[in-house]
Design a protein around this ligand. Sequence first.
Ligand code: FRU
Length: 496
Amino acid sequence: MSALSKVLAQEIRKIEDTHLVEQTLQKYRLTHHLMPPAGWLNDPNGLCYFKGRYHVFFQYSPFEVEGGLKCWGHYSSEDLIEWRYEGAPLLPDSPDDCHGVYSGSALVEGGKMHLFYTGNVKLDGDYDYINNGRVTSTIHVESEDGIHFGEKAVVIPFSAYPADYTCHIRDPKVWKQGDTYRMILGGRKKDDRGAVLFYTSSDLRAWSFEKEVSTEEPFGYMWECPDYFELGGRGVLSVSPQGLEREEYRYQNVYQSGYFLTDVDEKNPDDGAFRKYINDGTFREWDMGFDFYAPQTFTDGKGRRILIGWMGMPDAQEEYINPTAQEGWQHCLTLPRELTAKGEKIYQYPVQEFDALRMECCKLNSETICDAGKAQNMKKVRTNVAGPFDLELEVGGDSTEIHLGADLSLVYENGCAELKLSEEAGAGRRRRKARLDELKEVRIVADTSAVEIYLNRGEVVFSTRYFPAETKKYLEIKAEAFRGRVYALAGMTFSL
Ligand code: FRU
């Protein structure tokens, strides 16, 4: 370990230890979501299942609560419930990543964990850092135990990327297909359109450019954090585009994350060449809430395709002042979600391990309730919740309302689901909408200051941070018919 690496590691530990002492004063601290030990967290990185443990790395800026110099933080778990903080294994301590160890992924192969990430370097000078002044390369490190990592090796230098790209090429996701290793990178082309680049390798060290895939008309100017996998016999290309125009029911956040259902290896029937363009009409957002970006997926020992997203949003300061910054930390990751393909949609649902945290419950059943709501045929129930809970509900009729005190509500009517936050709980954010033909089931996992809402077992999801004044509040449900339970949740364990 170099002297610089040693000093960086010590400084990070010092900051984390100080923060640990201050934890009891943090009102918004989470009990069911992975958050940074100190400072800032963004994208999930290096997700994998390795030698009997799940590994979740993340973009971590312990030095600055508003984000800044990035390293990778690391949690691991045997069961996705009891988590252990493993420290910050990848530091910005080499000439190729001295302005940030940016996002990347893991591949488990030959008994080793291989990590691939983007090393970010900003040159000194008067640059725009889009078209000039930035050097990004793809770097590989490997580990025998998943905790200690070896030498960093640049496997794709900046100079080898195609010439029609800006300096924004990053976030390698690597997987194995047959005997070949494949990599996908996200990028911004010089003509300001987002695209992904595919590379292949036979040994994980030498990588050759294979092809580029984009849309025929520009679909945003940059695609970050790409992922590609097959699910239910379909190809799924996931990207986080920047630069889409806001609409009433789509693209409501500053940046988006979603997927195209497309086989990227399909060839043109006429000339046998790879198809360069995909149809942007198939793009579907992963999540309709305020806080969801840069998701990544992996398959675990049970063969499940699991997705974790960043429960945050870059560059959202215009509408949002996150109050946890005053507590010395910002952002978290979503719960691990199992993906399933149904028709033209991918459904997301919390992994079943999470159910083990459910404790005593309260039954909610409209058949035994006489209290009429606004409309004659509406039934209403109100119960108190104190602390994190998990609500599971079947609903009937054309409209449903769920209120979490006066802070958060979900209203479904006329084929539209709307999430509303009060002024205080939203910290500047007020509403998000999603179209949905029919609402049959609602699940809400509510943490201290993070809520995940799953409609129809994950057909539509809203993930959002919210900042309620009180932890004790009422939960009110109104619908023509409903049946379900609300469970108090035992805490997840996080050993720091
Ligand atoms: C997405 C992103 C990535 C980049 C990382 C830097 O949120 O901008 O493209 O690698 O964050 O932290």
